[in-house]
Design a protein around this ligand. Structure first.
Ligand code: 3HC
Length: 303
């Protein structure tokens, strides 16, 4: 018997071609995962050729690392490399049956992107959003077919983190949900269905930790002290190293969403925004580990 809320997996469709909108850190990581695990063509796009090229370069670098570590044979590495292509020509998305976006974490931007793409796409293409905390229903508010939109939330680093949150919006239909669950499993991840609520499940918890870490900063505890103090409680990374990994702007946006939704339960930190402003231009290598960012950012605002 199926667990309550889980769709009938016979409804799932087999994904044959993936379109990825956005070529940034998250998008390029999961574009690679789709190609590696599903072995289907993956096309990625972004605002301009430079962003597309950076995404493709990152993906190729990761494929080579996997080959060097013995995780992909030369043949497999070549095959996966050939499967991922970059373009600024949206028409190349016309035959994709799974289209996922990871553009800037702002409602209007995501609505606009889907609005621009929907007329180009197949009528039966499934649309997925990698939003961290925005409402999937609101993202799909202006779609002609919102029933084919689902949240599909990856975690950083995508290759390593075992979970995908599959977000069932009010209008997501069973076929879309079943395809999302089956696809997540084919990607080698465990998948949980979450309701379309701010922060879903994971960021609801994470925003608490980040918020309290930021509150400690605001109250004058130096950043390295907060970072070190939280190590022994068993987190794999300190809160600020984790923000370095996911991106300061993303973290600040998640915090804003949670504070907006639950002002009495989440903490709005001015330092978090100040750090995000500073971190942005410092993050020269959009796809690398930004290991020194906390240190550099900290010097600027003396935390
Ligand atoms: N890309 C690909 N692989 C990576 C990677 C990356 N960015 N970072 C680490 N890895 C791989 C390494 O290659 C290594 O693989 P190997 O065993 O084959 O060599 C493996 O992960 C372990 O890495 P390390 O030995 O270098 O380091 P650690 O053991 O310290 O693990 C970590 C690194 C897995 C990143 C660990 O510190 C961790 O789990 N951190 C917490 C990450 C986390 O909480 N992510 C969720 C963030 S929230 C989010 O993304 C949602 C958004 O909405 C905000």
């Amino acid at each position: 018997k199926r667990p309550a809320g889980a769709p009938d997996k016979d409804l799932a469709r087999k994904v044959q071609k993936v379109g990825v909108i956005g070529a940034g850190l998250m998008a390029s990581q999961f574009a690679l995962l789709f190609a590696r695990k599903l072995r289907v063509p993956v096309v990625i796009t972004d605002l301009d050729q430079a962003r597309v090229d950076a995404g493709i370069a990152h993906i190729r670098g990761e494929i080579e690392k996997m080959h060097e570590k013995g995780r992909l044979s030369r043949d497999a590495a070549n095959q996966v490399t050939a499967l991922v292509t970059g373009t600024t020509d949206r028409k190349q998305f016309a035959d994709c049956d799974w289209v996922i976006e990871a553009v800037f974490e702002e409602l209007g931007v995501k609505q606009q992107v889907f609005g621009e793409f929907e007329p180009i796409l197949r009528e039966d293409a499934i649309l997925a959003t990698n939003t961290s905390s925005l409402s999937v229903d609101e993202i799909g508010a202006h779609l002609a077919h919102p029933e084919r939109l689902v949240g599909f939330h990856f975690f950083n680093p995508v290759a390593v983190m075992p979970l995908i949150e599959v977000v069932q919006a009010a209008r997501t239909d069973d076929e879309t949900l079943a395809t999302a669950m089956t696809t997540a499993k084919q990607l080698g991840k465990s998948a949980v269905i979450t309701a379309d609520r701010p922060g879903f499940v994971v960021n609801r918890l994470l925003a608490k930790v980040m918020g309290e870490a930021a509150r400690a900063l605001d109250e004058g505890t130096p950043l390295p002290v907060v970072e070190r103090a939280l190590g022994p409680i068993g987190l794999p990374m300190g809160p600020f190293e984790l923000i370095d990994l996911v991106g300061w702007k993303v973290a600040a946006h998640v915090q804003d969403t949670m504070v907006g939704a639950f002002p009495d339960r989440f903490y709005a930190s001015e330092n978090l925004h100040a750090l995000a402003e500073i971190a942005e231009p410092l993050d020269k290598n959009r796809h690398g580990k930004v290991t020194d960012l906390s240190k550099a950012a900290r010097k600027r605002i003396r935390v």
